[in-house]
Unconditional design. Structure first.
Length: 317
């Protein structure tokens, strides 16, 4: 019996050591000088901080780090702070390496980045609740310059909070590839925005010329679609909102009001374009009710939590 107990204790100890060793050290990624892009998301390790009280030292020493297991961390709606870490290795390189570390997700309220394992303070502190001047690189998302010296191994640590769903797509770019990617994306977005603006002005001209209300409703729908897209991809936050007022959009419920406006214009346009009040009165009344809900969202949304509003809109849609 004693032998069995001893074996059990040894097995438990061995299992504990294996678990500890799997979370005690950040994943190590070798950075190739010629590799233009590395997706770091699946190699991240993360730690939940439910009370948002952990300091850098306590977080690094904590037991409970989990591996992303090859997938980009998607942690859903959460009030917790999350810590992430990964180690970059340039011991095989022949010289220093310049890279751009990019977090390709805009809905991060507070983002702190340590580009070393020093607890002195974050190298960068930014986020949607901070002025755009705190961004290391002028970008719709979050990008940070990084230099790895020859023979250097460096641990990158990030702490972030979000009132929205927390998703962490973390990428490493060479500067030329990053600039090229941004240029291509801006070109595609410019074409998309340009098409919407042409449609907006054309239908506005038709409304002025003909006086048909359907064209005005369609203009409202196009404008709402355009502005929602600019909010979602970060363009509005970077270029339209006041740079020294990071919570402008939240304070005035810009996103929620725009979604309500979009719902109202879409339902009224559909009703009038299909002549539903004459052909399908019941369906016409239903769409009129949805339009009224859109108006209600615009009016009352500043006094409600935005998550509740979003879920209401999703249920309606």
């Amino acid at each position: 019996m004693r032998g069995i107990n001893a074996v059990g204790r040894c097995a438990s100890l061995l299992f504990g050591l294996l678990v500890w060793s799997s979370v005690a050290t950040a994943a190590i990624i070798t950075v190739d000088e010629k590799q233009p892009f590395i997706d770091l998301s699946g190699d991240l390790e993360y730690l939940e901080d439910p009370n948002r009280t952990l300091t850098f030292d306590r977080a690094m020493a904590a037991i409970g780090w989990q591996s992303a297991a090859g997938k980009s961390p998607s942690l859903g709606l959460t009030t917790s702070a999350y810590w992430f870490r990964i180690t970059l290795d340039n011991t095989r390189g022949t010289g220093s390496i310049d890279r751009i570390l990019e977090l390709s997700y805009r809905d991060i309220d507070d983002l702190q980045v340590w580009l070393s394992d020093s607890p002195a303070g974050p190298t960068f502190h930014t986020g949607n609740r901070h002025p755009t001047s705190t961004r290391a690189i002028h970008s719709r998302l979050f990008a940070f310059p990084l230099e790895l010296q020859r023979g250097e191994t460096r641990t990158i640590v990030l702490r972030m909070t979000s009132a929205d769903a927390l998703i962490v797509p973390l990428h490493l770019w060479i500067p030329q590839a990053f600039v090229s990617k941004e240029h291509d994306l801006l070109t595609v977005q410019g074409i998309f925005y340009g098409i919407l603006l042409v449609m907006l002005f054309y239908n506005g001209f038709l409304f002025v010329s003909i006086g048909e209300r359907t064209y005005l409703l369609y203009c409202g729908y196009i404008f709402g679609t355009l502005f929602v897209q600019m909010i979602m991809d970060g363009t509005a936050h970077l270029y339209l909102y006041p740079p020294d007022d990071p919570i402008f959009g939240e304070r005035y419920a810009v996103t929620r009001i725009t979604l309500g406006f979009l719902l109202m214009c879409l339902t009224l346009f559909t009703r009038d374009f299909l002549h539903l009040p004459q052909l399908r009165p019941t369906l016409g009344k239903a769409l009129s009710t949805l339009a009224g809900l859109g108006v209600a969202i615009m009016v009352v949304t500043p006094w409600f939590d935005y998550v509740d509003v979003y879920f209401t809109i999703l249920v309606i849609c």
